[in-house]
Design a protein around this ligand. Sequence first.
Ligand SMILES: NC(=O)c1ccc[n+]([C@@H]2O[C@H](COP(=O)([O-])OP(=O)(O)OC[C@H]3O[C@@H](n4cnc5c(N)ncnc54)[C@H](OP(=O)(O)O)[C@@H]3O)[C@@H](O)[C@H]2O)c1
Length: 274
Amino acid sequence: MGNELAGKKVAFLGAGKMGGIILQALLQKGLLSAKSSCATVAHEERARALAAKLKVSVGTNNVEAIKGADLIVIGVKPQVVEDVVREISGHVTPKQAILSVAASVPTSMIEKHLPPDVPVIRAMPNTPCLLGAGMTAICKGKHAGPKDVALACHMFEVVGRTVVVDEKHMDAVTALSASGPAYIYIILESLAEAGVKVGLPRDIATLLAAQTALGASRVVLETGDHPALLKDSVTTPAGCTIDAIMELEEGKLRVTLIKAVVKAAQRAKELAYG
Ligand SMILES: NC(=O)c1ccc[n+]([C@@H]2O[C@H](COP(=O)([O-])OP(=O)(O)OC[C@H]3O[C@@H](n4cnc5c(N)ncnc54)[C@H](OP(=O)(O)O)[C@@H]3O)[C@@H](O)[C@H]2O)c1
């Protein structure tokens, strides 16, 4: 795969947790150079600390940062996106593309405040991007084309997997894969607690739970087999697993997870800006 970012200048507006993870990964993998990237944050002292850490130019002036940028990544909190877009809008041209990672901010809201024809891409990553094991869904706005989508996919493939979806699915994505790590941590915490209950030291119980979740996930991803089929292959007739499954069914684990994702998707929709 070629480097679609080669020769491009990228400005990260709001290099906090998520923006910082992506910028750092792109720099580490050599897809961006320190010279071709810059970032902004809200506070001067954060700017100084980040500049020292990443060895890139970091400031607090968004208009200055986007000068000459080919791609502008918006990584501020959702409620700040409109202010930032309004602030830069008089200085953006259709030659520049905007990529927003903000949850619940539709591309139409960003487009509305920009000059006509500026391509806008929306991405929804998750925190495992930190270890290169992220999941990012990407959708395009009205004026973005296949090249803009390819560029966004290329960027997020550096920190994990990507999938391209219609924007109508972004609230569902937010509820499933962006919030998802929290659900999995609760499951892991509970399994580790269960290990302790049946006599294992906590560190061993946590390792067993986490590595089991990782292994099972890899089997699903790499075989492409239906999870129900894979579950059946672990479940010996009259064995131990089926007794555990009966408890899970009685405790309504499945329906609880389904309802949790439905609630989160509804909340993502309610929170929609613009
Ligand atoms: N965290 C996740 O799991 C996750 C997942 C998917 C999407 N997202 C999205 O990513 C975005 C950022 O979330 P986060 O967790 O990374 O938040 P965060 O760590 O608080 O980062 C936000 C950054 O924006 C900076 N900022 C605030 N106002 C600014 C302004 N006017 N101009 C330039 N920079 C400004 C902040 O600067 P200071 O550091 O100086 O305060 C901070 O560095 C959100 O829109 C969120 O929906 C997050």
